[in-house]
Design a protein around this ligand. Structure first.
Ligand SMILES: C[S@@+](CC[C@H](N)C(=O)[O-])C[C@H]1O[C@@H](n2cnc3c(N)ncnc32)[C@H](O)[C@@H]1O
Length: 209
């Protein structure tokens, strides 16, 4: 029997290959033993902020580090189209079963993406800009594939915002984006984990100019 996976494993990742290996064994139980059991709220919070800030033009949407597709399930898509991008084929296989994604893209976000310039009307993401996953430089490539005016709504783990240089990155790309707004939310409704149960994320919202 494989040992139960959790936040400790996720936060100690170092490379994209580590992510592939961890999520390979975690994918089939992630929705139940992580998301449900810990009342993981980031995807629903992203959906709420997306609903608040978006308009009819913000389509198609790219779900960055989509994992098992929890954001896709939470978003009220109306006529909008959403694609999932992730490095883990096993996580994406679960996302596929949710029947809300138009395209499922297996790719490493730290590399150049095989997506045309100015393609997406919105970029959403939960739980991906976090310990051991991807850092602020990924925003350059996401800005490239986003169309002018595209809405960005994504979580950044609160402990990493300054430490990993998201603050500096936002200053560096200042000319290309509208003034960001920041919203601190709890990651979990009820999570007994002593070390991470009261973690927060900073939901960052802006538009590409
Ligand atoms: C904690 S999960 C979050 C999944 C989903 N967004 C959610 O909120 O449940 C992080 C996801 O980031 C993906 N990931 C990590 N590093 C990546 C990379 N370099 N490129 C693409 N995806 C990556 C993992 O495969 C995993 O599915």
């Amino acid at each position: 029997m494989t040992e139960k996976k959790g936040l400790k494993d996720a936060y100690s990742l170092k490379t994209p290959e580590d992510s592939v290996n961890l999520y390979k064994t975690w994918a089939s139980t992630y929705d139940d033993d992580f998301a449900k059991q810990n009342d993981y709220r980031s995807p629903i919070e992203i959906a709420k902020f997306f609903a608040q800030y978006s308009n009819d033009e913000d389509t198609p949407i790219l779900d960055v580090g989509a994992g098992t597709g929890l954001i896709g399930e939470c978003l009220n898509l109306n006529s909008k189209e959403i694609d999932a991008i992730d490095i883990s084929p096993e996580m994406l296989n679960i996302a596929r079963t949710k029947n809300c994604y138009s395209e499922i893209i297996e790719a490493d976000l730290t590399k150049r993406l095989l997506i045309n310039d100015n393609h997406y009307g919105a970029i959403v993401s939960a739980g991906t800009f976090t310990h051991g996953h991807v850092g602020p430089n990924v925003l350059d490539e996401l800005l490239r594939v986003a169309s002018p005016g595209a809405l960005f709504v994504f979580t950044v783990h609160f402990k990493l915002f300054n430490k990993a240089g998201f603050d500096k990155k936002l200053l560096e790309i200042k000319k290309n984006i509208t003034q960001p707004t920041f919203h601190e939310v709890d990651v979990y409704g009820s999570n007994p984990d002593k070390e991470h149960g009261s973690d927060q994320v900073i939901i960052t919202v802006f538009r590409k100019k």
